[in-house]
Design a protein around this ligand. Structure first.
Ligand code: CO
Length: 312
């Protein structure tokens, strides 16, 4: 043992006399239990409808992994803070979600005797949030030596996933696509995983060329093709001209972006500040909105749950 380490321990012992040593050291002395649990991880939402979607996903997990404990972690600090202040309608606090971050949820579980974890990312693409989740898990494993954590990949991970999702959502909108184009609104990201949206659009267009995938915050792996401007330009070229357009979120839930950026009545003058609905209406289309998140579809939840089954 070197001198620095020795002095650190001595200091710590001294500090304990007054105020107790740091929590970190106490945590490390936890004797691991042998319980197994599942953690579902999503961005979170303070809107009421998405809470029902979360419950649906929770039920899908309980069905597939019956008997196992299932907990939730929200990755958005803004949402968590809002929920903790009691600002969130239909909050699930105390029902299925305790308003914890993934890290907090894992720590609570480890102290409660869990040492084997299966974590499922309910994200759509393997982007920034998924990278952050993997980082958090790495830190968790370093902090609690001996814990086993498997991680299930997001929805649009492999090319096979993209094909499967295209097939499912095309079938869900079989009626709407007969009436006119169907536009899916994905989130989008500057991360390289933004490419998944374009791949999905390509798969959907193999089924019907009037399916489009656009994003709100994608800066563009191929921005023209998955931007609302690019899609509006493509709609202009359809012949015969479409009269009715369906819009729907390509996100786990129909939350903030779906209600505002997709379907909002912003009243803004500049097109770039308007919702998709307003932009389409300004072009003379009748807009049909389907306010459902991906987690409202059993077949989509099955893919997430199968990813959890395959978690490594
Ligand atoms: Co956003």
């Amino acid at each position: 043992m070197n001198l620095i380490k020795r002095s650190a321990i001595a200091l710590c012992a001294l500090a304990m006399v007054f105020a107790g040593c740091s929590d970190d050291n106490d945590d490390n002395q936890i004797t691991l239990g042998n319980k197994e649990g599942i953690l579902l991880v999503t961005f979170g939402s303070s809107f009421p409808e998405p809470q029902k979607t979360f419950e649906k996903i929770d039920q899908a997990a309980k069905k597939q992994f019956s008997g196992k404990t299932i907990k939730w972690g929200f990755t958005s600090d803004i949402i968590i803070n809002k929920l903790r202040k009691g600002n969130g309608e239909g909050s699930l606090k105390g029902k299925i979600i305790d308003n914890d971050t993934p890290q907090e949820a894992l720590e609570i579980m480890v102290k409660d005797g869990y040492s084997k974890f299966e974590v499922q990312s309910l994200h759509v693409i393997p982007g920034e949030e998924f990278d952050e989740l993997e980082e958090a898990i790495k830190a968790f494993k370093e902090k609690y030596e001996g814990v086993k954590v498997k991680v299930g990949r997001p929805l649009l991970d492999s090319d096979a996933d993209i094909k499967a999702v295209a097939k499912i959502i095309a079938a869900k909108f079989a009626a709407e696509i007969k009436d006119g184009p169907v536009l899916f609104m994905g989130h989008g990201t500057p991360h390289k995983a933004d490419a998944q949206y374009l791949k999905l659009q390509n798969e959907l267009q193999k089924i019907n060329t009037k399916f489009f995938v656009g994003t709100v915050e994608g800066i563009g792996f191929d921005a023209n093709k998955t931007s609302i401007d690019g899609i509006l330009a493509e709609l202009d070229q359809l012949s015969p001209k479409a009269t009715k357009v369906t819009i729907t979120p390509l996100m786990s839930i129909a939350g903030d972006h779906a209600n505002n950026d997709m379907n909002g009545n912003t009243g803004e003058a500049k097109p770039e500040d308007q919702s998709w609905k307003e932009r389409l209406e300004a072009k003379g289309y009748t807009v049909n909105t389907v306010m459902k998140g991906l987690g409202d579809y059993d077949e989509i939840n099955n893919i997430w749950m199968n990813h959890l089954e395959d978690a490594e």
